[in-house]
Design a protein around this ligand. Structure first.
Ligand SMILES: [Zn+2]
Length: 199
């Protein structure tokens, strides 16, 4: 005797979420089954609403409900200082440190010859366009300290060569492989304040 096919489908759907194994998925499914329908409605509506309303900012790629995100639209930010990150949530991570007051550019990932990720898969063309339209004075490249992160950083530094833009990296202290995701806010804040120029 097993769960009916539609309960099994719910369990399988929940299992798609990161860090949710079969046992957790079963627990969530049973919780939803036993809760009032309003609990499921709220969850389903919240998911559909973010999927319908949140889009990447046209300028920097951060999460936004409008074509230009709240960071890009904030005229008090230093528009001459940019920080390049991999994922939208890296922006939130850096914002939490309070150590950075410039603008961002979200790459959408990093170059990986092994996984077949090329510059065309990232927002490199958008970055180049932004730079030609409104060049910054300094770009901080804040990618993870693993091979792919290094490759991507070098690629971008090469791209910026010859342009009157200072290129820097956060000081050491970012963990390898985990992007900015696992750096705690204090470490990340220090790393950004103590950034070192590479070209
Ligand atoms: Zn933006």
């Amino acid at each position: 005797m097993d769960y009916s096919p539609i309960i099994q489908e719910l369990i399988q759907a929940l299992r798609q979420l990161p860090s949710v194994g079969t046992r957790s998925a079963e627990r969530y499914a049973l919780f939803l089954l036993e809760s009032p329908v309003s609990v499921s409605e709220r969850l389903a509506e919240a998911i559909l609403e973010v999927k319908a309303k949140i889009q990447p900012c046209d300028r920097c790629g951060f999460f936004s409900e409008t074509s230009i995100c709240s960071v890009c639209a904030d005229s008090t930010r230093d528009s001459k200082l940019w920080c390049i990150v991999e994922k939208p949530h890296d922006v939130l991570k850096i914002e939490k440190t309070g150590a950075f007051k410039g603008l961002y550019h979200v790459l959408g990932g990093r170059l990986s010859p092994i996984e077949g990720v090329t510059p065309e898969d990232l927002t490199i063309a958008l970055l180049e366009r932004r730079i030609s339209e409104n060049p910054p004075e300094e770009i901080v490249i804040a990618l993870s300290a693993d091979v792919e992160g290094e490759t991507t950083s070098l690629y971008i530094a090469q791209l910026l060569k010859g342009k009157p833009i200072k290129v820097s990296r956060p000081a050491t202290g970012l963990p390898a492989g985990g992007g900015l995701e696992f750096a705690d806010s204090v470490t990340l804040g220090f790393a950004l304040s103590g950034r070192r120029q590479i070209s």
